[in-house]
Write a protein that binds this ligand. Structure first.
Ligand SMILES: Nc1ncnc2c1ncn2[C@@H]1O[C@H](COP(=O)(O)OP(=O)(O)OP(=O)(O)O)[C@@H](O)[C@H]1O
Length: 338
């Protein structure tokens, strides 16, 4: 590792406040001076890639584009090569919109500062210019959203291993950086060819103040906890809202389907606010421990949901932490069955 790397605070921005991404109607709350300072700070580290433990100064034009990997609401992800290193590069247009810019800077900052967490996708560095921001990450094989679209429900032992990684990532973000992810869903969980699971996409992560976050609307509404969807609830919310999104994700992985039904998103949101939370059943072949974990995470009252320490100590996690499950082999087999 480059000697100066840790003293520089990794590639993240440690000395500035990044205004929290707050979608409409609170856009005007974004502090423009903080945003400018964060952007200037980020530009100082633009073009520095951490490769094999050393920082290299790289010209983005030396990256060779190989293939498209996917796209989301903020930009496109492509497979690109620099010398012999193949990376996943997320390109997002630089925006005069403060909300979008704070989202981009938050994403960069969290991913760069989390370089010491094995459950967060690794970042090599980034490029920022007046037109776009390119974040260079390790290449993963797929996100879990695409995986279930292709293979359907995922076997419980594989979900067990995924659960251990997801909760460790969320616990790390909370305890080390005092942030909550706020967008936990299958498309933000990635799997590599050796069966390693990591979280990505920290654009709308929220800083926790006294264990609570304030901006309400950030995140994909369909995975949001009822207390975040409810327009009449103006209370701040805590990590237990991410625990709900994690519970919804578990049911989707186990059944292969998004668990709230309706003809459109509005009907699905009403089902989230008013309907019974989804459950798994032992009669469908799931273990009692798995059914119980889903049940306690999908409690309508956030105070009845467990925190990360309680989830890490839950019998389902305790079992799968040490279980001899070969995710790599399972993934190899599903890739080669058709
Ligand atoms: N490091 C990576 N390696 C391989 N594929 C990736 C990587 N990061 C992202 N992808 C792919 O690119 C897609 C788009 O990612 P991105 O983070 O931009 O958006 P998203 O999370 O899918 O959607 P949204 O931004 O709307 O939440 C992902 O769904 C995933 O399939």
């Amino acid at each position: 590792m480059d000697r100066d790397f840790f003293s520089l605070g990794g590639l993240g921005m440690n000395n500035v406040v990044i205004p929290e991404p707050e979608p409409e109607p609170s856009r005007s709350n974004i502090n423009q001076a903080d945003l400018r300072r964060a952007l200037e700070e980020a530009k100082l580290k633009s073009g520095k890639l951490l490769i094999n433990g050393r920082i290299e100064h790289v010209d983005e034009h030396d990256l060779e584009q190989l293939a498209e990997l996917g796209h989301g609401s903020c930009g496109t992800v492509t497979k690109e090569k620099y010398k012999s290193l193949v990376m996943a590069v997320k390109t997002m247009p630089t925006s005069s919109d403060s909300y979008l810019m704070s989202r981009i800077l938050m994403d960069i900052n969290v991913i760069c500062q989390s370089f010491d967490c094995p459950y967060v996708v690794k970042c090599y560095g980034y490029f920022i210019n007046d037109n776009h921001v390119k974040v260079c990450m390790e290449v993963m094989a797929t996100c879990l959203d695409r995986l279930i679209q292709r293979v359907g429900p995922i076997p419980e032992p594989i979900i067990g291993k995924m659960t251990v990684s997801i909760i460790n990532a969320l616990h790390y973000l909370k305890t080390r950086h005092s942030i909550m992810h706020r967008d936990v869903k299958p498309s933000n969980i990635l799997l590599d060819w050796s069966g390693v699971i990591k979280m990505c996409d920290f654009g709308i992560a929220g800083r926790l103040v006294a264990s609570r976050a304030l901006s309400k609307q950030a995140g994909c509404p369909l995975y949001m906890a009822p207390e975040r969807v409810d327009p009449n609830n103006l209370e701040a919310y805590g990590i237990r809202s991410d625990v709900w999104s994690f519970g919804v994700t578990l049911v989707e992985l186990a059944t292969g389907q998004f668990p709230f039904h309706g003809k459109n998103d509005m009907e699905r949101l009403i089902a989230i606010m008013r309907g019974d939370p989804p459950r798994l059943s032992v009669t469908d072949g799931f273990s009692p421990e798995f059914c119980n974990l889903v049940e306690i995470c999908l409690q309508r009252n956030p105070e009845n949901r467990p925190d990360y320490n309680q989830i890490l100590n839950h019998p389902f996690l305790q079992y799968h932490m040490v279980a001899d499950t070969n995710v790599e082999e399972w993934f190899f087999n599903v890739n080669n069955q058709d």
